[in-house]
Design a binder for this molecule. Structure first.
Ligand SMILES: Cc1cc2nc3c(=O)[nH]c(=O)nc-3n(C[C@H](O)[C@H](O)[C@H](O)COP(=O)(O)O)c2cc1C
Length: 249
């Protein structure tokens, strides 16, 4: 059971936790990719501190199975947790955009040129930081492609819990958040550029933006207000439906 901090009542603690969960919302900060620019020094320093703290908190997510040792724990960060966070600050994001632009220009009518026209380039230009979050699959039978077995489902679930932790911690620190599938960021070559082993899989490209960042446009999540309420997603199981022949009598 979690205890409130010493200076807080249980009621205040509940209110703060519930509040950040309800207040978290998708916000995409969109900017012309040609306008990607470093953040002012002070903003960058504050953002770095907030991201560091949020990563530290995010790491307290539950996980059930350690990552596959031979595949993921040889070289590089060696934690057994089945997720990894790759942080890109603004200079890296602008460099990434330049690289994507060069690929698009060099390869007309390719995945690169098509990706350049998608929203992801505008989000990269608009955000303050990007946390590429991967999950670490167990290899498939005979070392082949991973399959959706129980271990891998649990690795995905754990990485997702870590992402939600990261976003709640970031939201509490005043950042805008957006969990994206990633589009072209999920490409093997982009993984190579970023130093992400291809044995890892993208769980989410998490965009974090301080509120003071300029944007050309701001977009919320499409499903935000379409989720319904608990009556539409929760079922309380009645003891009656479990009635079994009384073999113990
Ligand atoms: C696994 C996952 C992937 C997502 N990928 C995208 C995405 O690629 N593009 C997008 O616009 N939103 C994406 N979202 C954000 C959802 O659209 C958003 O969470 C939803 O509309 C509900 O809005 P809310 O986050 O404000 O509650 C993703 C969310 C999750 C959990």
């Amino acid at each position: 059971m979690s205890q409130p901090p010493l200076n807080q009542t249980r009621a205040d603690f509940v209110a703060a936790v519930d509040h950040v969960i309800r207040e978290r919302k998708t916000l995409k900060v969109l900017r012309d990719p040609g306008d990607c620019a470093d953040l002012p020094f002070e903003v960058a320093a504050q953002l770095r501190a907030a991201v560091r703290e949020s990563l530290e908190v995010a790491g307290w997510a539950p996980f059930h199975k350690p990552a596959h040792k031979e595949t993921h724990l040889q070289g590089g960060p060696a934690s057994i947790v089945p997720w990894r966070f790759y942080v890109l600050e603004k200079p890296a994001l602008c460099a990434l955009l330049k690289r994507l632009r060069a690929q698009a220009l060099a390869n007309p009518d390719s995945k690169w040129s098509r990706a350049w026209e998608t929203k992801i380039t505008r989000v990269i230009a608009g955000t303050g930081a990007l946390v590429m979050t991967t999950w670490l699959p167990d290899p498939g039978p005979d070392g082949g492609a991973p399959v959706l077995n129980e271990n891998n489902q649990e690795h995905i679930a754990a990485a997702s819990a870590a992402i939600q932790n990261l976003m709640l911690a970031a939201e509490a620190r005043g950042l805008q958040t957006y969990w994206s599938t990633g589009g072209i960021l999920n490409d093997g070559e982009v993984f190579d550029w970023l130093g992400i082993p291809r044995a890892q899989k993208l769980a989410g490209a998490v965009f974090l933006a301080p509120t003071e960042l300029p944007g050309d446009a701001f977009e919320g999540g499409s499903w935000r207000d379409k989720r319904g309420g608990p009556a539409e997603w929760s079922i309380w199981v009645d003891a009656d439906r479990l009635a079994a022949p009384d073999v113990l009598a």
